[in-house]
Design a protein around this ligand. Structure first.
Ligand code: ATP
Length: 369
């Protein structure tokens, strides 16, 4: 039997709030999701050892870190976790390399599982290593913060809204780097967020908190469409965050052709060449669904697909459409009835090229991997 990433059964009472959680995280990337004040940070701080629970037990990868009954409290620095916040403070007088190597050198040799050179490469920091951290952009600072956290060879990476303070153009890059961390380092992560799009893009599993208690847990595609969870989620901003590869740049037409999971899309011209990787966003509300092949239409992207699932969210309906990759499309209940849409219906999605936003196009050409 595989050991779960974490089992957390704790209570923590503040004057006007109580966290009361008994949850197991089984998979590599779990997102803790919920409205403001639901206890996400309190839970993460309990796991990190920054907040001491009133009762209960915390076990991570088979090691008990806190047990009220056994009076056991492992201090934060002995838990061997990496922790990255919204805007992590870097050491201001050090350059990028020294910031990252600091944690590496503090880790006893026998416990080192990450190689700093691999981290420099993984976060595309090689050309920034000698720069003072004070001169970095917000996105670059978060990349350094993540590399520094991982340089300590953490057993678990704790992320508290790591994209919240970033400009939208940098978010895609960080998401892409976090996906690389999952693929290349296999460091398990717990990711606190109130953004549906981030959760969908990153997490294998999601835990939803409401007023200090778990209300749902499971794969994002199942949990986020539950009506009780849907009311907490800001679906107005629901985006498809997709990994893409540049196929071709057509400057004369002012566009780039990108490949998303085997599907080619035209996008506004992106400053990147064939083979470069990037993350693109397509808002769920910007996609139009039709039953017939549209003709004489200005939109560049017409994608045949099949409806996989339809979920009602109050006045909105969210459809998952498989066009080779699965896109989330926002519809009205009226569209569902007028077009008699149901699971299995063959449809066409129309995506204007201007609706395809390259999120990390401003991030200094960090592609080519
Ligand atoms: P957000 O998304 O806004 O960051 P959150 O889900 O992370 O919210 P927490 O920061 O965990 O929520 O806070 C949960 C509740 O506990 C809030 O009502 C907060 O005011 C309260 N709280 C947190 N820390 C303390 C404290 N040290 N003393 C008293 N109340 C606290």
């Amino acid at each position: 039997m595989t050991v779960p990433v974490a089992h957390i059964a704790v209570t923590k009472r503040f004057s006007q709030f109580t966290l009361d959680c008994d949850v197991t995280f089984e998979t590599g990337a779990t997102s803790v999701f919920g409205p403001s004040g639901s206890g996400k940070t309190t839970l993460l701080n309990c796991i990190a050892g920054l907040t001491r629970p009133d009762s209960g037990q915390i076990t991570v990868m088979g090691t008990t870190l806190f047990s009220a009954s056994e009076r056991k409290v492992v201090p934060p620095e002995k838990r061997r976790f990496g922790y990255v916040f919204q805007s992590s403070a870097l050491f201001p007088n050090m350059n990028v390399r020294k910031n990252i190597l600091y944690g590496y050198h503090l880790t006893p040799e026998g416990q080192r599982t990450t190689d700093p050179e691999q981290l420099f490469e993984l976060f595309d920091l090689t050309r920034l290593l000698d720069r003072s951290v004070d001169t970095l952009s917000g996105g670059e600072r978060q990349r350094v913060a993540l590399a520094r956290a991982l340089a300590t060879s953490p057993r678990l990476l704790l992320l508290d809204e790591p994209l919240a303070s970033l400009d939208v153009s940098f978010k895609g890059a960080i998401i892409r780097y976090l996906k690389r961390v999952r693929q290349e380092l296999e460091t398990p992560m717990i990711y606190v967020s109130h953004s549906v799009s981030e959760v969908v893009a990153l997490a294998d599993e999601i835990l939803v908190l409401s007023e200090g208690r778990p209300v749902a847990q499971g794969p994002p595609s199942e949990v986020l469409v539950r009506p009780d969870v849907g009311t907490m989620a800001d679906y107005g901003a629901l985006e498809n965050l997709l990994d893409a590869t540049v196929v071709e740049r057509r400057s004369e037409q002012g566009l780039s052709v990108i490949d998303v999971g085997g599907v080619e899309l035209a996008a506004p011209e992106i400053d990147a060449g064939p083979g470069d990787l990037l993350t693109v966003s397509v808002r769920a509300g910007d996609i139009i669904l039709t039953l017939d092949v549209p003709t004489r239409i200005s939109a560049q992207n017409i994608l045949p697909g099949r409806i996989e699932a339809i979920h009602a969210q109050g006045p909105r309906v969210i459809a998952h459409v498989d066009v080779g990759t699965v896109l989330v499309v926002e519809l009205t209940p009226r569209a569902i009835s007028d077009l008699a849409l149901r699971e299995g219906t063959q449809v066409y999605l129309i995506v204007k090229s201007n609706s395809v936003l390259a999120l990390d196009a401003l991030d200094g050409g960090s592609g080519n991997r």
